[in-house]
Design a protein around this ligand. Structure first.
Ligand SMILES: [Mn+2]
Length: 329
């Protein structure tokens, strides 16, 4: 299915938050604030910049699934134009069965095991999520922000089709002359039986589960499919890290130009979350890049901020967004 992964918004006021990471308290506060602003006509839409899921703390505190369900319910009620969520690097792995960890923190198994009977609709929703939102104000929103590799791939990202990759990998798997041998090799490399790994990472019951091959499929995709690297680089970029300020600013400009294609208004400022800020709830990285941290990536968390943007009034530099930032708490 060909979908346009880039949304264009030309009117209204938008409340923007990023990286809530299963933090139920912040999420409730955000939803309450949005509904209150909406009631008095001060906000027309809510934009979640991705990474809604995967708590960094204890399992008992992780509200990821409940939050996803609430956003889906709000979207059904208020419409896709009013409640918008962009795909983040923490949602994406669940589309492919790829595992995601940071040190000892294994993010994906917890969410996979929580899905239960909600799996199908949640994964279908992740697959439907847009990658970028562009505004007449000239402010571009993506989860992870400017990235050199994505500059020349903007067209491919715009028409990205997860199903196509999954289908092709299913076909490659079906064509393996000895699939048992492939499973054995996988188990040898991992140092655990395939069945145990599938149970742990995908919450698969056993070999009869239709999702049983999906761990293998994920390996085929992540190791062999160049289209997957396009998505991976776009969502996992480290932005300015290991670049000089001037080199990074040039990349920001090229990224903005590339993602402006087909849009009448050139995009002049990129807003993203994804990376922790050093202090507070936002960071002006440079003239072209503004980083927003609403919860997990704010320092401390209670300093989290949201952005309230008029989607029509031109914004010319990242500094112009500073007065539009408000405290979550
Ligand atoms: Mn994040």
């Amino acid at each position: 299915m060909q979908v346009d992964r880039y949304l264009n918004i030309s009117t209204g006021t938008m409340m923007v938050v990023s990286d809530l990471h299963g933090d139920g308290e912040v999420f409730e506060r955000v939803v309450e604030t949005f509904l209150a602003l909406r009631d008095v006509g001060e906000a027309d839409r809510l934009l979640l910049l991705g990474d809604l899921i995967h708590g960094y703390g204890a399992a008992t505190e992780d509200q990821s699934l409940a939050m996803v369900q609430r956003v889906m319910a709000l979207q059904s009620k208020l419409g896709k134009d009013e409640i918008i969520m962009l795909l983040g690097n923490h949602e994406m792995p669940h589309i492919y069965g790829v595992s995601l960890a940071k040190g000892d923190l294994e993010f994906t198994p917890r969410f996979e095991h929580s899905l239960g009977s909600h799996r199908e609709e949640v994964i279908a929703w992740f697959k439907s999520l847009p990658f970028a939102l562009r505004t007449t104000a000239g402010v571009l929103f993506t989860h992870a922000g400017p990235d050199e590799a994505s500059v020349n791939r903007a067209g491919r990202l715009r028409r990205f089709d997860h199903e196509e990759l999954l289908r092709d990998a299913d076909q490659s798997l079906a064509q393996q002359p000895d699939i048992g041998q492939v499973y054995d090799t996988y188990a040898q490399i991992s140092g655990n039986s395939y069945a145990a790994l599938a149970r742990q990472y995908l919450a698969v019951e056993g070999p009869d589960d239709p999702r049983y091959p999906h761990l293998m499929r994920a390996l085929f995709i992540s190791e062999r499919d160049a289209r997957f690297s396009v998505l991976w680089d776009f969502l996992f970029t480290q932005n300015e890290r290991s670049l000089t300020p001037s080199a990074y600013e040039q990349i920001c400009q090229r990224y903005l130009d590339a993602l402006s294609v087909g849009m009448i208004t050139p995009q002049r400022v990129a807003v993203s979350g994804h990376i922790q800020v050093n202090k507070g709830g936002y960071e002006v990285v440079n003239e072209r890049h503004f980083r927003l941290a609403s919860a997990t990536h704010a320092r401390p968390r209670e300093e989290g901020r949201y952005l309230l943007l008029d989607c029509k009034t031109p914004i010319r530099s990242a500094q112009e967004l500073v007065p539009l930032v408000r405290r979550v708490f």
